[in-house]
Design a protein around this ligand. Sequence first.
Ligand code: TIU
Length: 229
Amino acid sequence: MKPLAALPTEKTVDALPTPLRLDDARTALVTIDMQRDFIEAGGFGASLGNDVSMLAGIVPTVAALLALARRAGWDVVHTRESHAPDLSDCPPAKRLRGAPSMRIGDPGPMGRILVRGEPGNAIVDALAPCEGELVIDKPGKGAFYATGLDEHLRARGITHLVFAGVTTEVCVQTSMREANDRGYECLLVEDATASYFPAFRQATLEMVRSQGGIVGWTAPFRALATAWE
Ligand code: TIU
């Protein structure tokens, strides 16, 4: 018997730990927190004492991934870590932890730190959302906590999520784990994610694809570009 032909909208990505088939009609790209607050000086990431220059290098790859997703007709979702101006959605445990140079809600050079609508809270210009793409404001590290993301994806029949963004071990990995618990298959694009700590990024990539893909798959952007272009 002849094997079933792949659907015309299906492609196979050379991923780890195994090749992964993605159907354009059931795939969403989720870009996590590509915001000035994490990537530029004077924002939340810098206030925590991080070297923010570690993150800007992935912007061209995330832009290329966004372009691929748009051409393929995937659903595209952007997230922003953010809080309401009155900080009613920011638990004291989050605001008061550690000894940052500026706390969430404090005035900074790009406006109030991690507050919705402030200049520093915007997605960087090179990755600006297009008309019709969902932008999710999330008060937590995970993209599913206290947001409508799951409902949005289910309403569109999305089963597979391709992840990019920052930081790999914090908001990206948390979102992938949340997605797993809700039944989604997840692929993390290796060179479209970054951390202030390169060793944490590398460890996250390895932990995602370990144990047969306990959190999901990983692949470099070129593996997707090869499959789609
Ligand atoms: N601090 C850090 O690595 N990350 C965050 O606080 N948020 C995100 O990862 N977006």
